[in-house]
Design a binder for this molecule. Structure first.
Ligand SMILES: Nc1ncnc2c1ncn2[C@@H]1O[C@H](COP(=O)(O)OP(=O)(O)OP(=O)(O)O)[C@@H](O)[C@H]1O
Ligand SMILES: [Mg+2]
Length: 338
C-alpha cells in the first residue's frame, strides 16, 4: 500500500473462487476508503490472485472449494442448460471449474457443450490388501471443453444406446466420476442432476460434503409444486438449498419488444420468499439459448449481452451468497492488503 500525498494505491489479492465479484468488491473497498478518509483524492486498487489450495473432500478425496448440484423436481425445465451456463459463467469470470453430468440415463452435457472424445481410463496397481488381492487405482482423464474439465457417461456410451443399470451401478458410476476423474484443484464442481428421484442426491450427500443445491423451476404452479418437492428431497438428504433459478420466466418478442409471461411470472421469487431461500435470478425464454444448446455451443450464450446478462447475474448472486456464508464460517475469503 502506498500513499503519495492524497493518492492511495494498493493491491487487493483475492482467490479465483470469488472472481465473479472481484469488480464489485474492488469498487466497494474504493467507496469505503473514500468515505472513511474524505481527504483521499484518488484510490487506485490493483487486483491480484491469492492462491489457496482446496482441501480434499470426503471419502472420494475430490479437491474442490465448492461442490454444487443443479436439480429440479421436474424434467425439461432447463437444469442442464442452467448447470452448463453456470459452469461457463464462473469459468469466464476466472474461476477453476469442473462440470460433472450426473444424469446417467439421459446425459445432455456433452451435447450442450458440443464436446466429444473418449476419456482415457488408466489403471495402476498401488499395492495389495491384507488378503493379497491387488489394489487398483483408476484414473479418468476428463474431456476439456470451453476451458473446463467435463465428465459424463455420454462420453463413454454411444448417444443412441440406453443405459440400463441397477441402483448399485448408478451409485458406482457417480462415485467413480467423483473419485477417479483427474479434476485437479477446483474452485467449483458443478453437477448436473437427473430429473426426479433422490438416488443420486443420496449417493452424493454420502460421498462428500456438498456446498448445496441450486433448484431450477419454471414459474407455473405445477412446476413450482415439483420444485418444492425437490427442495424437501435435498433437505431430507442433508443438502442445503443455495437458491432458486426461475427459467423460461418470460418471453421478450424480438419483433415488437413486448413481454409475454408464457408460464406466468415471479412464481419462483414468491416460493423462494416463502421458504426463506434466495432467488438467484430469472432467465427468459430465448430462442438463441435453445439454438445454442442444440448446436452444442452453450458457451455462445455469453457472446451476446442479452443472453449473457441473466446467467452472469445468477453466477454473481450465487458467489455473493457463498461469500456471505463464509463470513460466518471459516475459512474467510482470503483478502490481503499489500
Ligand atoms: N431459457 C431458455 N430459453 C430457451 N430454451 C431453453 C431455455 N432453457 C432451456 N431451454 C431449452 O429447453 C430444452 C430442455 O432444457 P434442458 O435439457 O436444459 O432441461 P433439463 O431440465 O436438463 O431436462 P432433463 O430433465 O431431461 O434433464 C433444451 O432444448 C434447452 O435448449
Ligand atoms: Mg438435463
Amino acid at each position: 500500500m502506498h500513499l503519495h500525498g492524497n493518492r492511495l494505491s494498493l493491491t487487493l489479492a483475492l482467490t479465483t473462487y470469488s472472481a465473479p465479484i472481484w469488480d464489485e468488491t474492488r469498487d466497494a473497498l474504493c467507496c469505503l476508503l473514500k468515505e472513511r478518509v474524505p481527504d483521499l483524492a484518488e484510490v487506485d486498487i490493483t487486483m491480484a490472485v491469492h492462491e489457496r489450495i482446496p482441501a480434499s473432500l470426503g471419502q472420494v478425496g475430490l479437491r474442490a472449494k465448492s461442490v454444487i448440484v443443479v436439480g429440479s423436481g421436474k424434467g425439461g425445465v432447463g437444469k442442464s442448460t442452467i448447470a452448463a451456463s453456470l459452469a461457463i459463467g464462473l469459468k469466464n469470470a476466472g474461476c477453476q471449474v469442473g462440470l460433472m453430468d450426473a444424469d446417467v440415463y439421459g446425459p445432455s452435457i456433452p451435447h450442450l457443450l458440443g464436446a466429444s472424445g473418449r476419456p482415457e481410463i488408466t489403471e495402476k496397481q498401488t499395492g495389495t490388501d491384507e488378503a493379497g488381492t491387488p489394489v487398483i487405482a483408476r484414473s479418468i482423464a476428463p474431456i476439456t471443453a470451453d476451458g473446463m474439465k467435463v465428465i459424463s457417461i455420454g462420453f463413454l456410451v454411444p448417444a443412441d444406446k440406453a443405459v440400463i443399470w441397477r441402483g448399485p451401478m448408478l451409485h458406482g458410476s457417480i462415485i467413480g466420476f467423483l473419485r477417479d476423474t483427474d479434476w485437479g484443484n477446483l474452485d467449483y464442481l458443478i453437477i448436473d442432476m437427473p430429473p426426479g428421484t433422490g438416488d443420486v442426491a443420496l449417493t452424493l450427500s454420502q460421498a462428500l460434503p456438498l456446498t448445496g443445491a441450486v433448484i431450477v423451476c419454471t414459474p407455473q404452479d405445477v412446476a413450482l409444486l415439483d420444485a418444492v418437492k425437490a427442495i424437501n428431497m435435498f433437505k431430507e438428504v442433508g443438502i442445503s438449498i443455495l437458491g432458486l433459478v426461475e427459467n423460461m420466466s418470460y418471453f421478450l418478442c424480438p419483433d415488437n419488444g413486448k413481454r409475454y409471461d408464457i408460464f406466468g411470472t415471479g412464481g419462483a421469487k414468491r416460493k423462494a420468499e416463502e421458504f426463506g431461500i434466495p432467488c438467484l435470478g430469472e432467465v427468459p425464454i430465448n430462442m438463441q439459448v435453445r439454438i445454442n444448446g442444440d448446436q452444442g455451443s452453450t458457451a455462445a450464450n455469453f457472446a451476446d449481452p442479452s443472453t449473457a446478462k441473466p446467467f452472469e447475474e445468477i453466477c454473481r448472486n450465487l458467489v455473493k451468497n457463498l461469500a456471505a456464508r463464509h463470513v460466518e464460517e471459516p475459512p474467510l475469503p482470503s483478502l490481503s492488503v499489500l
